[in-house]
Ligand binder design. Structure first.
Ligand code: GLP
Length: 296
């Protein structure tokens, strides 16, 4: 997936980036990569295994996959999917469950056969959770592993529901949600008191085994965690920073989510602006001239 800057040197960044002016173009580029993979595998008579994420970030990505199915005859009959995570305690038909989200945004609109869909079940009894998680991992293995893993990022740097403190080698398991994650989700549940306290999530180790990983992020509220994951040290305090260790990862960002990266925030540190594929614009010129206290 190519976008502005992708091939240009960025010595502060520890993962490859594709930065787009706006999220719809970024989502289309990510969907085009997935469509290309699905078609290539079909040509070889093979299946493709997708790891799927939820949240507001991938909505336009799924809309583009649906459009490709409807208008460009992209078929999903050779696709197998595994979702990343699910809230604990919600049955699959709960309108805030991730299972429901996936049906609404993707599964109900494409020709993906039901037996090829894998979702974590948030409603399994306590005593069965560990076995459920182990079986999920076994199913991923039996399917041949994940070819393409889509990710979003939480404001605390989480991936899936791997909250700060999650281990590099963690596997699919029951987790307790971070207060910031619950606060961010509270709007969907009609208040924090109704927001689940736990979830089941693929682990960081599970995610890192995917052969290709694309993390998407849009908006200024993601600029801090994106910077920490891309430019910071690898630490369990920012679970997305573990992605720096993956050989075939890419962050797909809009300008706002990329806005705290050194190449945009202080481009005179990162190197000549023309080497970064961006022209000087009034916003940057203002920053160069502004006292440090005015920088945002
Ligand atoms: C939830 C999900 C994550 C997702 C994150 C960001 O916590 N478990 O997989 O990446 O939210 O959500 P959004 O895309 O709505 O910002």
């Amino acid at each position: 997936m190519l976008a502005e800057n992708t091939l240009l040197p960025a010595r502060f960044e520890h993962v490859p980036l594709a930065v787009f002016a706006h999220s719809p173009a970024a989502s289309c580029a990510a969907a085009a990569e997935v469509a290309g993979l699905i078609r290539a595998r079909r040509g070889e008579g093979r299946t493709v295994v997708l790891g799927l994420a939820t949240g507001s970030t991938p909505v336009s990505f799924y809309a583009e996959l649906v459009r490709l199915h409807r208008e460009e005859r992209l078929s999903f009959t050779n696709v197998i999917t595994f979702n990343l995570d699910e809230y604990r305690g919600l049955p699959a038909d709960h309108p805030q469950s991730y299972g429901w989200f996936m049906r609404r945004h993707l599964f109900d609109h494409i020709d993906l056969p039901e037996p090829q869909i894998h979702l974590l079940d948030g409603s399994v009894p306590d005593a069965a959770v560990d076995a459920h998680c182990r079986e999920y991992e076994e199913k991923i293995r039996a399917a041949g592993g994940i070819d393409f893993q889509m990710l979003g990022i939480g404001r605390n740097g989480h991936i899936g529901f791997n909250e700060p403190g999650s281990a590099r080698g963690s596997r699919t398991r029951l987790v307790t949600l971070d207060p910031l994650t619950r606060r961010d989700a509270a709007g969907d549940f009609g208040g924090e008191e109704h927001t689940p306290r736990c979830a089941i999530t693929m682990g960081i180790g599970t995610i890192l085994e995917a052969r290709r990983i694309v993390l998407m992020a849009w908006g200024r509220h993601k600029a801090g965690p994106v910077r920490a994951a891309v430019e910071g040290e690898i630490t369990a305090q920012v679970p997305a920073s573990f992605l720096q260790e993956h050989e075939h990862v890419q962050f797909v960002l809009d300008h706002a989510a990329a806005g705290a990266l050194t190449r945009y925030r202080t481009p005179w540190v990162a190197g000549a602006r023309e080497y970064q594929g961006r022209a000087w614009d009034p916003r940057v010129t203002r920053r160069v001239a502004a006292p440090a206290s005015d920088l945002h």
